[in-house]
Design a binder for this molecule. Structure first.
Ligand code: SF4
Ligand code: SF4
Length: 369
């Protein structure tokens, strides 16, 4: 759709958010929890912590939960009952689940709709992670668990004014004022905020009641504040260029000697999406679940034979770099990183991805001189 521009006062943005809550939407915002900030459900605008730069975790868990049940089963004699959380019970009394389309292949109309969720106060980097992840969840297989949640997720972001030293969203092809992945982008200014509405979903929120629509005053595009001239400190394409040619470089083994393989970098990352599937249960009943996993764990690639193709943390972090800055871009024309800096901010060993990607980019530049 053609973008629309509005002005809204601070008092009215508060009313807008509280109206969205009153309309029985699940509104999620950065919220203080024991001194740290996490995305969580709010019941009032005042519950949101909008002063921090970034929450500890992104809102990835609302698209890819830490633990997600794919289906449950129970067995009684020769009867197998499968409960698909996206459908109703299928295969009731039947042993042939495929008679009902099988798990994960039910038609859209037969699916239970997941709850409409509104993320309020996301940062542009977190908003950008959704459409980047959507590519891999719709590549060779349409992941209906992800898609159902993504379709029902509405994102209202607030542009950043002052990134910190770990941030490199501009180098990662976004910016502190990027609207990529947002339905509405707010910028502070005027009597409160300026709003850019990017998608039909954003417009749907504004027009969700006549009271809400009345809180926003439409303005011409020219009145919406222009983005600052954010300058990239290094060229991420050169980072990819280094990775293309230097798989066996000693850089990786030396640089990641201090990595303890804790996986925090992957768990806090808004774009890391590896999971492991497990069956839990007894002979009578159980469930199949998927859990977040991490390429930084030694057992991630451990073969049953005992062989492990990635022996050292250098091998493992190199894979993380290759996946994010080479392989994903080759396949989907997007880097698997939004430059939020969480992996570096939270690393107990102070391993800094901005420093690393910058170093690789500079090494590639020097090699080309
Ligand atoms: S957070 Fe740091 S120490 Fe932990 S696995 Fe990632 S790079 Fe290694
Ligand atoms: S790799 Fe690090 S900087 Fe990039 S999106 Fe993930 S947490 Fe953010």
């Amino acid at each position: 759709m053609e973008e629309k521009y509005y002005e809204i006062s601070s008092d009215n943005i508060e009313k807008f958010v509280n109206n969205l809550v009153a309309q029985n939407n699940e509104v999620i915002a950065p919220k203080d929890k024991d001194g740290d900030t996490f995305y969580d459900k709010i019941n009032d605008f005042k519950d949101a912590d909008l002063n921090i730069l970034l929450s500890k975790l992104s809102f990835k868990e609302y698209l890819l939960p830490k633990t997600e049940t794919l289906f449950e089963y129970s067995i009684s004699g020769s009867n197998i009952n499968i409960l698909d959380p996206l459908e109703n019970t299928v295969g009731n009394g039947e042993t042939d689940v495929s008679a009902n389309g099988g798990i994960g292949s039910g038609s859209e109309s037969s699916r239970k709709k997941s709850v409409k969720r509104i993320i309020f106060g996301s940062r542009p980097c977190d908003a950008g992670a959704g459409p980047i992840m959507e590519k891999v969840f719709n590549w060779d297989y349409k992941d209906e668990f992800f898609n159902e949640k993504f379709k029902n997720l509405y994102i209202i972001s607030i542009a950043c004014v002052q990134p910190d030293n770990y941030c490199f969203c501009t180098e990662a092809q976004l910016s502190p004022e990027s609207s990529y992945g947002s339905d509405i982008l707010l910028k502070k200014g005027g009597s409160g905020y300026y709003a850019k509405v990017i998608t039909e979903k954003g417009l749907e929120l504004i027009n969700s009641s006549s009271e809400n629509a009345g809180l926003f005053k439409e303005i011409p595009k020219e009145t919406f504040p222009a983005d600052k001239d954010w300058k990239a400190a290094f060229d991420i394409k050169k980072t990819q260029g280094f990775l293309d040619k230097n798989f066996t470089s000693g850089y990786f083994q030396e640089k990641f000697l201090s990595c303890i393989g804790c996986g925090i970098c992957t768990y806090t990352c808004p774009t890391c999406h590896c999971f492991d599937i497990q069956d839990e249960g007894t002979n009578e009943k159980g469930k199949r679940i998927r859990n977040w996993d991490s390429c930084q764990f030694g057992i991630f690639t451990l073969h049953t034979s005992g062989h492990n193709p990635r022996v050292t943390q250098g091998d493992r972090y190199r894979q993380r770099l290759m996946h994010k800055f080479k392989i994903y871009n080759e396949k989907f024309n997007k880097y698997l990183c939004v430059g939020c800096g969480r992996c570096s901010r939270n690393c107990p060993e102070d391993i800094d991805l901005k420093e690393i990607t910058s170093e690789l980019s500079l090494m590639e530049s020097s090699a080309g001189d």
